[in-house]
Design a protein around this ligand. Structure first.
Ligand SMILES: [Zn+2]
Length: 371
């Protein structure tokens, strides 16, 4: 294992944040995977899975079983790790300006396309190499005017030319679920089966450029832009939600890491015959069909459904008790599906998102992710 340290643009004299990159296997030649943990810095289960991955990848490297290269960033947001306000960890938004650490990544397709004009042909492998060079160059040109922007630029630069990008997060209270690009449903379903995902949510554009889409979407855009050339989808990028924020468990973390290693084996980065694929616990569904259950007014939340429950349209999800009238409003599902995540708060403000259901009947448009 090689360790690389990147120092971010400091927020003030005398203060600095450092990114650590652990590199396993041999660079050059083989396939490359990039895995980062806790981009939202308070999503702690991802940090534990990264430690299990570090041990498992080191053992594979020691045994001579690494066929490709794996880059592991065991904590992707050192800036957010240090953000505490009144004893509460605030790892989702940059306290400087309120911007989500997983939004606003550089959209590289236009810049790469300008460099690729007239150069792509019928050879998909040659095109892939040219596109990776163009994406690397485009990522090098991204601005870094403050610490979080520098963090986003560095993370994208590390990941943008990899075959596989796994962005490890968690939700508030949740079962394991994934977000991926619609045309990569097959790979997402395979990873989902290995991890025991209970929802796999697909979109071609979720809105506001999250990290995974900044890696995978340029390939789709270049495929459309250069329709006469053979342009592969050269990067499979996925957001892995490792259950709820309180779900730190050694056995779960070892199992999740083993599932990720098995996915890398199936993709040719790790030696050995793959085990049979476990039976999937769900079919991929459109992110546009994911139903947010929102609070219509303030009140005390009493949930009537658990993460992982399969609910029918009309099923009660939660009661919301008004503390002026004493009346309870029952919030019901509009669509059938799996309740894959719910809020940990039991006091709702008007409009608060209390639960999410992976359904198939809704057709939401616009920005599809939580703020
Ligand atoms: Zn997150």
């Amino acid at each position: 294992m090689q360790t690389q340290t990147l120092t971010l643009l400091p927020p003030a004299p005398g203060t600095e944040h450092r990114l650590t990159v652990l590199r396993f296997g041999a660079p050059g030649g083989g396939r490359r995977a990039y895995i980062q943990a806790a981009l939202h810095a308070d999503e702690v289960p991802a940090l534990l899975v990264a430690q299990a991955l570090r041990r498992q990848l080191q053992a594979l490297e020691d045994a001579g079983s690494m066929l490709g290269e794996v880059l592991l960033v065991p904590y992707a947001n050192p800036q957010g790790l240090a953000q505490h306000v009144l004893d509460q960890h605030q790892g989702r938004f940059d306290l400087r300006d309120g911007v989500n650490f997983n939004r606003g990544y550089g959209e590289l397709a236009d810049s790469a396309a300008a460099a690729l004009q007239g150069r792509l042909g019928a050879d998909a492998a040659a095109n892939q190499a040219l596109i990776r060079t163009a994406l690397r160059a485009a990522a090098e040109r991204l601005p870094a005017e403050h610490t979080a922007q520098d963090l986003k630029r560095r993370l994208l630069q590390l990941a943008v030319d990899c075959d596989i990008v796994l962005d490890l997060h968690c939700d508030s209270q949740a079962v394991l679920h994934l977000y991926a690009l619609t045309p990569q449903a097959g790979l997402a379903a395979e990873l989902g089966a290995l991890l025991g995902a209970q929802a796999v949510l697909l979109a071609t554009e979720s809105g506001d450029s999250p990290f995974d889409e900044a890696c995978s979407r340029p390939w789709l855009q270049l495929q459309q832009r250069f329709a006469d050339a053979a342009v592969p989808l050269g990067c499979f990028a996925v957001t892995v939600e490792l259950r709820g924020e309180a779900d730190t468990d050694h056995a779960l973390a070892e199992g999740d890491a083993a599932a990720i290693v098995e996915f890398l084996r199936r993709r040719g980065l790790v030696a050995g015959a793959p085990a049979p694929l476990p039976k999937a616990l769900c079919e991929p569904t459109p992110l546009a069909g994911s139903e947010p259950v929102n609070a219509p007014h303030a009140g005390v939340v009493v949930f009537r459904a658990q993460p992982g429950d399969r609910v029918d349209a009309g099923a009660a999800i939660a009661d919301l008790v008004d503390i002026d009238s004493g009346q309870a409003t029952t919030l019901c599902a509009q669509s059938a599906g799996v309740l894959y995540a719910r809020s940990r708060t039991r006091w709702a403000t008007p409009g608060a998102r209390l639960a999410k259901i992976a359904g198939t009947t809704l057709r939401r448009s616009g920005k599809l992710l939580s703020p």
